[in-house]
Design a binder for this molecule. Sequence first.
Ligand code: IPM
Ligand code: MG
Length: 356
Amino acid sequence: MNRSYKIGVIKGDGIGPEIVDEAIKVLDAVSVAQGFNLKYEELLLGGAAIDQTGVPLPEETIQGVKQCDAILFGAIGGPQWDNLERTLRPESGLLALRKEMGTFANLRPAMVYDELVNASSLKPSVIQGVDIMVVRELTGGLYFGQPRALEDDKAFNTMIYTREEVKRIAIVAFDIAMKRNKRLCSVDKSNVLEVSQFWREIVEEIAVDYPEVALSHMYVDNAAMQLIRDPKQFDVILTSNIFGDILSDAASMLSGSIGLLPSASTGKGVGLFEPIHGSAPDIAGQGIANPLATISSASMMLRYALNENEAADKIDEAIKKTLAEGYRTGDIGDYDATEIVTCSQMGDIVADYASR
Ligand code: IPM
Ligand code: MG
């Protein structure tokens, strides 16, 4: 066995540990079947890190990620850490890690599984066949802009983008559009914001190098509406950090449950792969969480970070087969289910199909 990879595993808080365990179960099954080796190293982040070390992003984690080929991440956060000062909250640890790793490109696919076309709150005719890739800028914009402050009688954040930051994320989005249906919609608020006007100008400049890609622009408020009205008009959506955060949650509901969709954060070096949902503390520890988004993130990790495309295909097919057979966790349990399964049973079934 000569293909061997080291995976940094950040289980995190809430349902994080249970969903990541299922993804590892599937990874183990598929790696054995496909003849490569995976080693795991657990790293701390978020609430779990605060409890054990006092800070949300320990130095050991910063050093640890550098030794890995890819990072698989569950979710962070919970009510017990909500009253901490902002910089000491679990979320600050995640943001700092993204920045530290230079993962400026966050790819968030929103697709509708045919098997779950009845699970969405929208009509099947509106969502059947939806296949969108949201490319969200992840290490700049409003989340990171300076100055920022919380003062007695005012508070402010700064939405700032440099030319280089817009250029590099635009290139990622155009490259992805070239591999898909060659349509790219850049979403901004350039009727109001200078930073969006700047964004739009740079995207136009990059477009010159991609004559085959049909580029359009849309204001973010309209994009939110269009995602619900007629999502099939979109192929690739390119947008900034805060707009992408909001639009990707909206887009996720097209699939019927936020528990289904994965994401990949890539950039300069090691990539970070995580479900787009949060830590769901209200259902943690009950064994009812849907692990499919994390399993699907593990598939993206195999494809984008390790180039193990066959293994990734196996996982994607296994998820489809599992859904086609009618296995559902509670979040999607009302829709064409033959059996409601636990988080761990879902992992067993997908692992079994993926290893065949
Ligand atoms: C996400 C999350 C994070 C974000 C939070 C937890 C900081 O909502 O990954 O979409 O806003 O980026
Ligand atoms: Mg979000």
